[in-house]
Design a protein around this ligand. Structure first.
Ligand SMILES: O=C(CO)[C@@H](O)[C@H](O)[C@H](O)[C@H](O)COP(=O)(O)O
Ligand SMILES: [Zn+2]
Length: 197
């Protein structure tokens, strides 16, 4: 096996997908920045969730809101719903794993808050249920998906934003998701602090 050319292939696939994603995702991501910014400026907060690599992405994103992204600014309100092992194990143990995010959205969500729901397949039941709970709480949703959007794609409302990466491979989709999450942070900071360029 030629490992070097295998790895070169990853770079080439990733470049091609990023090119495709510019067209498909720049505009809806800009709408996502507006939604986050207006929620945060109106005393709202951002909840985020996902499984596996997407859990790491949700946690990473919220750290950049509450801590900082590239520049100093006020801390922004956000909670990653996949970080508290006591809450997650209690809900999974006493109810079901499918409810680990739903129950937290119901507990913490308020009208005007935003849920950032991340699932590469668009089919993870716990993420799907978190979206239903957000709608119950009169929250809007930014869904980051791939593979055509799966069941999440069909569950979003007209006020929600769907960032569906045009690819079928989880790793490639995740690579674009992290770019999108950084673009959301950068956009919010640009509104708050101005464009340093
Ligand atoms: O990071 C990876 C694969 O790159 C995995 O940990 C992956 O996130 C897990 O298999 C998740 O359970 C997949 O869930 P989802 O993206 O389909 O909602
Ligand atoms: Zn991964």
């Amino acid at each position: 096996m030629d490992m070097t050319s295998r790895i070169s292939g990853h770079f080439r696939d990733s470049i091609a997908l990023l090119e495709q994603s510019i067209l498909a995702l720049s505009e809806p991501t800009a709408a996502g920045v507006d939604l986050l910014f207006s929620a945060l400026m109106n005393d709202g907060k951002i909840l985020a969730c996902g499984n596996g690599g997407s859990a790491a992405d949700a946690q990473h994103f919220i750290a950049e809101l509450v801590g900082r992204f590239e520049r100093d600014r006020l801390p922004l309100a956000g909670v990653a719903l996949n970080t508290d092992t006591s809450i997650m194990t209690a809900i999974a143990n006493d109810y079901s794993y499918d409810q680990i995010f739903e129950r937290q959205v119901t507990a913490l969500g308020r009208p005007g808050d935003v849920l950032v729901a991340i699932s590469t397949s668009g089919n993870s039941e716990n993420v799907l249920r978190s979206i239903d709970a957000a709608h119950e709480r009169e929250m809007r949703v930014i869904a980051l998906t791939g593979k055509g959007g799966g069941r999440i794609g069909t569950r979003l409302g007209p006020e929600d934003i769907h960032l569906c990466v045009p690819h079928d491979r989880t790793m490639r989709i995740q690579e674009v998701h992290i770019l999108l999450l950084h673009a959301l942070c950068d956009g919010v900071d640009a509104y708050l602090l101005g464009d340093p360029a």
